[in-house]
Design a protein around this ligand. Structure first.
Ligand SMILES: NC(=O)C1=CN([C@@H]2O[C@H](COP(=O)(O)OP(=O)(O)OC[C@H]3O[C@@H](n4cnc5c(N)ncnc54)[C@H](O)[C@@H]3O)[C@@H](O)[C@H]2O)C=CC1
Ligand SMILES: O=C(O)C(=O)COP(=O)(O)O
Length: 526
């Protein structure tokens, strides 16, 4: 039974779903990195929010980990490149808390516009400072959105309802989408110059880090109010403090900080500064959404291989997964055969699909071929890290989908480029799910790639099969299956034998020395 650790506070329904679906679950929150390192090795899955930092050290200790599920959106607390290299899938729940976070941004905008926290504190202190707190209307004002994805566009819709004008800076926002969500697409400089309120809704990446830098804050309209419900590293906090103190910035509301938990921060106590402790996603509704989703997604992956909302692997719906499963087994076997025969001589690889296979999502098929290929020389490769490792190795990977009908109802062909030229093999499915090799380097065969096999290339000549049978029989190695093919009569022939016993080195040498033998190789298939 797979085992999952919930390491951040999560709605109890997550744990219940794991149990109901047959996944063992432990809820252990608030651990230090060292404590987490000590226990992580026993888990197949890890469910987190933003507090757990999944670093290289944690991943190195996570020897059984297959999947990380982020109950929320931002995954900047996970070292995704390293997780990918380790073959760990990283998933998030991209929509479960977006309305809630957008509402928090709007709440903070109003809190700034009417100085609600200060007015509240003053009133409850018995001061009744009616003349001290003079606010601004939001109606007719320009809201500048930095990032117009899921949350940004919900913020835009709410702001439009409040009769604001919305300008958005987002390099990936298409003009059509800008029209659809009712925003004006602008450059960052335009936005800085015209916005009365600025709200940030981008992930924290190398491109967005410090996007509201000292220089950019200086370009903002005097009297601007800034809201950040995205990530702390997006704003230069020291420059923001100076802007508030000088009065150039009329107010700032931060839900997120460069260092969290933010128990100390130079901004604390600055006039017109409001803060909340990373509460963007904290509503009952959002927490139930993300907890249910993450538990279902992790269970799907651990129990059935279904992949939803993965950031480092192509998606595979629960509907697609069973259809693709036999193809992935076929693809992995084809990759494995080429890996074992060609090893690290492979410089490029083309994966072609035709017939029924061409109607499927090709990415998992490609990933399975690559995993099979590279497993010949790396034990840690799997479908998640294979595409990354292939890229790292500079392997040229091509995917081709043919609409044509071939001799087989369904076919996967894999062609590798090596220094000595191109070599191609192909496989099909017999029945709904039995993988079969049907072509090997231009020779028609029909072989089930399973268990221990012998690959022999020889000169087609009478008596050869008898000699092989005798050599194996003398060594008491039983032949399970026997697949034979040849280029032409008397030409090059290929023999694929599955064998029950162990083929020792001396036996391999004896076979090598048989008349007509050109190549002998022992193959293993899982
Ligand atoms: N405070 C909180 O509790 C929460 C914070 N968040 C944060 O909000 C972020 C945004 O969430 P979503 O809208 O769901 O993500 P999303 O992926 O739907 O949208 C992000 C948008 O940022 C844009 N973007 C990327 N690079 C950019 C750049 N250099 N300049 C301008 N725009 C750029 C993208 O094109 C995309 O449209 C998350 O990544 C997360 O860090 C999310 C949920 C809760
Ligand atoms: O979903 C996100 O990106 C968030 O920032 C929410 O964080 P949390 O789950 O509340 O720690």
């Amino acid at each position: 039974m797979p085992k999952v650790l919930i390491s951040d506070k999560m709605d109890p329904r997550a744990a219940q779903i794991f149990r109901d679906r047959g996944v063992e679950v432990d809820e252990i929150t608030g651990k230090t990195p060292e404590e987490l390192i000590a226990i992580i090795g026993q888990y197949d899955g890890l469910a987190i929010r933003s507090s757990t930092k999944v670093t290289k050290a944690i991943l190195d200790a996570a020897t059984n980990l297959k999947v990380i599920g982020r109950a929320g959106i931002g995954v900047d607390n996970v070292d995704i490149p390293y997780a990918s290299a380790k073959g760990v899938v990283v998933m998030n729940t991209p929509f479960g808390n977006s309305i809630t976070t957008a509402e928090h941004a709007i709440a903070l905008m109003f809190a700034l516009a009417r100085q609600l926290p200060e007015a509240d504190a003053s009133t409850q202190a018995g001061k009744w400072e009616k003349n001290r707190f003079m606010g601004v209307e939001v109606t007719g004002k320009t809201l500048g959105l930095i990032g117009a994805g899921n949350i940004g566009s919900i913020v835009a819709s709410r702001a439009l309802g409040l009769k604001m004008k919305v300008a958005a800076f987002d390099p990936f926002l298409t003009p059509e989408r800008a029209i659809e969500i009712g925003v004006e697409k602008v450059t960052l400089d335009d936005l800085l110059a015209k916005a009365d309120f600025i709200t940030l809704h981008t992930p924290l990446t190398d491109q967005t880090r410090n996007i509201l830098s000292r220089e950019n804050l200086a370009k903002t309209k005097p009297g601007v109010r800034i809201i950040n419900c995205a990530r702390g590293g997006l704003i230069d906090e020291a420059a923001l403090k100076e802007g508030l103190e000088s009065g150039h910035i009329a107010g700032a509301a931060l839900d997120v900080f460069a260092v969290e938990p933010a128990k100390e921060n130079p901004l604390f106590g600055t006039p017109n500064f409001i803060s909340t402790p990373h509460l963007g996603a904290s509503t009952d509704e959002a927490q139930v959404n993300v907890a249910l989703q993450v538990a279902e997604q992790l269970s799907d992956y651990l129990l059935e291989g279904g992949v939803t909302n993965a950031l480092n692997m192509p998606s595979l719906s629960a509907e697609e997964a069973p259809k693709l499963k036999p193809y992935m087994a076929l693809a992995e076997k084809l990759g494995s055969l080429l890996g074992q025969l060609e090893g690290d001589k492979v410089q490029g690889i083309a994966i072609e699909v035709e017939g029924h296979a061409a109607e499927l999502n090709q990415k998992p098929i490609t990933a399975a071929v690559l995993a099979g290929l590279m497993r010949a020389y790396s034990d840690t490769v799997n479908m998640v890290n294979a595409p990354y490792l292939a890229k790292e190795r500079g392997l040229d990977v091509r995917e081709v989908r043919h609409d044509r009908e071939g001799a087989y109802q369904t076919l996967v062909r894999v062609t590798v480029q090596t220094p000595s030229g191109e070599r191609s093999i192909a496989g099909t499915l017999f029945g709904p799910e039995q993988p079969r090799l049907v072509e090997l380097f231009g020779i028609k065969v029909e072989a089930d790639l399973a268990g221990n096999m012998l690959y022999i290339v020889n000169q087609d000549a009478p008596g050869f099969i008898g000699r092989i049978g005798t050599a194996l029989g003398t060594a008491e190695v039983n032949i399970g299956t026997f697949h034979l093919g040849r280029r032409n009569q008397g030409g090059e022939a290929v023999l694929l034998l599955s064998v029950d016993g162990t083929v020792t080195e001396p036996l391999l040498w004896d076979i090598c020395k048989l008349d007509g033998v050109k190549t002998v190789k022992l193959l293993r298939f899982g």
